[in-house]
Design a protein around this ligand. Structure first.
Ligand code: ZN
Ligand code: ZN
Length: 96
């Protein structure tokens, strides 16, 4: 089951279960759209994979399958991130 993390790992913005701004990589690293697409240019700073929009969890499911309440807030190093993005951003995601 997909872990619905409550915030952007880089800027700490709230990303509730029904946010349309939450982006995830295949490891469920979770960022807001601005960080994922503008800052990281669709290169995950942790795994170098791409991002997709996280689907919302329907609210009636929350009682049985609650969203995570554990906030992961680990701002990424600017220079490392820029370097990593530069290496991967022009490689199509399916070839990374
Ligand atoms: Zn963010
Ligand atoms: Zn990742």
């Amino acid at each position: 089951m997909l872990e619905i993390r409550p915030n952007c790992e880089h800027c700490n913005k709230n990303l509730p279960y029904n946010s349309e701004e939450a982006m995830i990589c295949s490891f469920e690293c979770t960022y807001c759209k601005e960080c994922a697409l503008e800052l990281f240019e669709n290169v995950c700073p942790s795994c170098s994979g791409n991002f997709n929009q996280r689907p919302i969890r329907p609210s009636y499911q929350l009682k049985k399958h609650p969203a995570s309440t554990i906030r992961i807030f680990i701002p990424k190093n600017y220079n490392f991130t820029k370097h990593n993005t530069k290496i991967y951003k022009n490689i199509p995601a399916i070839k990374r």
